[in-house]
Write a protein that binds this ligand. Sequence first.
Ligand code: PBG
Length: 330
Amino acid sequence: MTYDVPQRPRRNRKSASVRGLVRETHLTPGHLIFPLFVMDGESRRDPIASMPGIDRVTEDHALREVEEALSLGVTSFVLFPAVEDTLKDDRATYGLSKDNFYLRIAKAIKSRFPEAWLMSDVAMDPYSSDGHDGVVQSGQIVNDLTLPILADMAVVQAEAGFDSIGPSDMMDGRVGVIREALDVAGHVDTGILSYTAKYASAFYGPFRDALESTPKHGDKKTYQMDPANRREALREADLDMAEGADMLMVKPALCYLDVIMALKEYSDRPIAAYNVSGEYAMLKAAAEKGWIDHDNAMSEMLLSIHRAGADVILTYFAKEFAQLHKTWQG
Ligand code: PBG
């Protein structure tokens, strides 16, 4: 017996083939950016306890990581430096030194794999003895003393061959100052992927373990955004667009899908989202305990970020997703 049910959406879910036919969102490895934690030295990989599967790597291993990712269809990368404590100071001097290992590794990657798209991180925290993204004076993060440091850092990175600069510091006015410095130095083709709406999030914990960059005092709430705010992200987007950002990023991703969607509707720039270290760690931990199906949960997370409006996703899952992508049906 049947009821009079005039609409039966289940018809479009009857088989894998019809589901494939009507699927609205497709995520491919080409949408992903794979973050690499790099360090000085040779032939070393140090595991990061809170990020199973992700290591800090020396140049030779970084080249191997890039080669492997490229073979899987992941063609974009962002590099973060794990700097020895002894090289850190209150002005992030090592980040501006032209012969630092971070720039050397970027050059090595671009010369071996010119087809790879490479993004930098611009912020003081990996090089700062305070662990903050700006200059600290009397316990305050001083915006305008930080701007020239960020601009100088961006220029040495552009010289090293990065395709895009990634300011992750959340100082006011930094995109404009960086754009101008790049143009004056002749780097008109170097892009800026701005961390537009970067929230003061608890989900960065494992990343700070990886770089040993936890702030020595205080927190980042005077520069990173309040997780309670969405409309403020539009204001940041206005500024970044006016100052010359080529892409806008929301970070973290999973708790901020509404912000991703809002920026996608608001802006004509490509939108990126950062599926951050804590989001990665949560899934890895639950999967290790056998409490969740790793591959399906990973695919669902990444697909949801894309569905919400992120054209581009920075994710530690990039290689695993690419491997699975060949067979994943959904
Ligand atoms: C800092 C920076 C952070 C991340 C990227 N760049 C951490 C922070 O703001 O403390 C976090 C990325 C992640 O958690 O995966 N400039």
